[in-house]
Design a protein around this ligand. Structure first.
Ligand code: AP5
Ligand code: MG
Length: 209
């Protein structure tokens, strides 16, 4: 199946996507991860995107649509995929409809207080991108990734000001996609408040493999 993961920053999209990708053997395509990889490697795209992302704004539709179109032309998406963090605007969703067929837009249902707490405590691995949370999912050894031993860091856009701005941008530009996909008849709500294992179990029940 071809999934879109839709929801506010910090809702747990990336955390669930990693598990779903494993369980359903489909690629996890996160536009945020692609941008961060480009920033890390100092590419032209990374240079353009860095200040926008750090401040919590959105990279242009033109750049982001081109990136996803290119990614969906690869062979590994033939048996399905998860688009995590794309589309994020109505023009992105309209463009996507011209080159992809989406089976389900999974809407992560969670309130602002919870996402602020999740983002405020998130740490990520510099090497493999694995996410941890200092309270909800702490690494065995502080500052070190359980999976690969890489160094853990706090994303620049997880600073308080940037989190606030991302939530505003979400409300203004991304939340309208809920009605967009509802009108298409493929919006599926998932309760994102419980622990990750519970969210995954609910997902599996809604989408039997
Ligand atoms: P992106 O990387 O997509 O960031 P985001 O949408 O802000 O979402 P996050 O990655 O912050 O949160 P998440 O929902 O993945 O939560 P996570 O699983 O990490 O995008 C970054 C930036 O790139 C954007 O701001 C924009 O500038 C740009 N960009 C990307 N896509 C774009 C597009 N389409 N158009 C334009 N610009 C674009 O979980 C968060 C924390 O909570 C973790 O610490 C985790 O361990 C913990 N946690 C997760 N689930 C649970 C749970 N169930 N219970 C308790 N804790 C949990
Ligand atoms: Mg994410």
């Amino acid at each position: 199946m071809n999934f879109i993961f839709l929801g506010p920053p910090g809702a747990g999209k990336g955390t669930l996507a990693k598990e779903v990708a494993k369980a359903y053997s489909i690629p996890h395509i996160s536009t945020g991860d692609i941008f961060r990889e480009n920033i890390k490697n100092g590419t032209e795209l990374g240079k353009k995107a860095k200040s926008i992302i750090d401040a919590g704004g959105l990279v242009s539709d033109e750049i982001t649509i081109g990136l996803v179109k290119d990614r969906l032309s690869k062979d590994d998406v033939k048996s399905g995929y998860i688009l995590d963090g794309f589309p994020r605007t109505i023009p992105q969703a309209e463009a996507l409809a011209t080159f992809a067929t989406i089976d389900a837009a999974v809407n992560f249902d969670i309130e602002d207080e919870a996402v602020v707490e999740r983002l405020g405590g998130r740490v990520c691995c510099k090497e493999c991108g694995q996410m941890f949370h200092v309270k909800f999912n702490p690494p065995k050894e502080p500052g070190k990734c359980d999976k690969c031993g890489g160094e853990l860091y706090t994303r620049d856009d997880d600073k308080a000001e940037s989190i606030k701005h991302r939530l505003e941008v979400y409300r203004q530009s991304t939340a309208p996609l809920i009605d967009f996909y509802k009108a298409k008849g493929n919006l599926v709500d998932v309760d994102a408040k419980p622990a990750p294992e519970t969210v995954l179990a609910e997902f599996k029940k809604k989408f039997p493999n």
